[in-house]
Design a protein around this ligand. Structure first.
Ligand code: ZN
Length: 275
């Protein structure tokens, strides 16, 4: 397994500072956020990353189809297609897809899920043509109102079954660790050859924010070696992407943060490999 840092983890850094810092700490990949590509544009960004010795491990994010309501549907689909093109231009192996939360004018989850599914279905063909797989990410149910009406791996697997080629899963420990069916979901995804990427971070016991208070791997309550063992046992040997949304960590020394992350995550990956 290779170590990557998702650049939301060092959100206040521009593209060049993030790339330089990750490379200096032996990190092998960077998960690129679309807004950070604006610093230099896609071609220069790709060259900058390559010249540093890093690889692009992934791209965030495609989707949020319900975010602008029903009238914003086409604009979100067009934006998703443009994001796919950008991710492909950067050489990303996949693009993380988050479908969006409740539609603003309804409290109906089935209706919103159908809306988001249909929009994603319209985008998948574009992803296939661009040879850029979409990594559908189920988010913890606390994000149903604003980020994702897909909350479990079982549901994400079902969507993949119905969408066909070009879509797989992003497994994020933060969103799935609580789920009694997490192992079944990962094994099903592996059997269907759709484990595209693996996000790690930690759930802090006293979480202060639903969105912006994740922990460094090992500092919270998630059994990360168990996850690593399971993913490896399922034949996954690709990117481990550290993705931490944390206002506390963004406010600290970013060099120390990346050093801590690299050491902690490698120790977890290695502990799994020794068993
Ligand atoms: Zn994630």
């Amino acid at each position: 397994m290779k170590l990557a840092v998702n650049q939301i983890t060092t959100n206040d850094l521009g593209m060049k500072d993030a790339v330089d810092l990750y490379a200096a700490h032996g990190v092998e990949g960077i998960t690129v956020w679309e807004d950070k590509v604006r610093d230099f544009g896609p071609r220069e960004t790709r060259a900058l990353i390559r010249d540093s010795g890093l690889e692009v491990s992934g791209f965030c994010i495609v989707g949020l189809f319900s975010k602008e309501g029903r009238s914003g549907r086409q604009a979100q689909i067009d934006a998703a297609r443009a994001s796919i093109d950008l991710a492909a231009e950067l050489g990303a192996p996949c693009a993380v897809t988050v479908v969006g939360g409740l539609l603003p004018d309804t409290k109906s989850l089935p209706e919103t899920r159908a809306f988001c599914f249909d929009a994603l279905n319209e985008v998948v063909e574009h992803a296939r043509a661009a040879k850029l797989p979409l990594a559908l990410e189920a988010l913890h149910p606390m994000y149903v109102p604003d980020w994702s009406v897909v909350s479990t791996l079982a549901e994400a697997n079902d969507w993949c079954d119905r969408l066909g080629d070009g879509v797989g899963l992003a497994v994020d420990v933060y969103h799935t660790w609580w789920d009694p069916a997490v192992e079944t979901g990962i094994r099903e995804a592996a059997d269907k050859n759709r484990l595209l990427t693996f996000h790690v971070n930690d759930w802090l016991m006293e979480t202060k924010s639903l969105l912006l208070d994740r922990g460094i791997p090992g500092q919270g309550v998630i059994d990360l070696p168990w996850f690593v063992d399971l993913m490896r046992g399922c034949g996954y040997d690709d990117w481990v992407e550290v993705e931490i949304f944390s206002e506390t960590l963004w406010g600290g020394d970013q060099g120390e943060l990346v050093a801590d992350i690299a050491a902690a995550t490698r120790a977890i990956i290695d502990s799994g490999a020794r068993r």
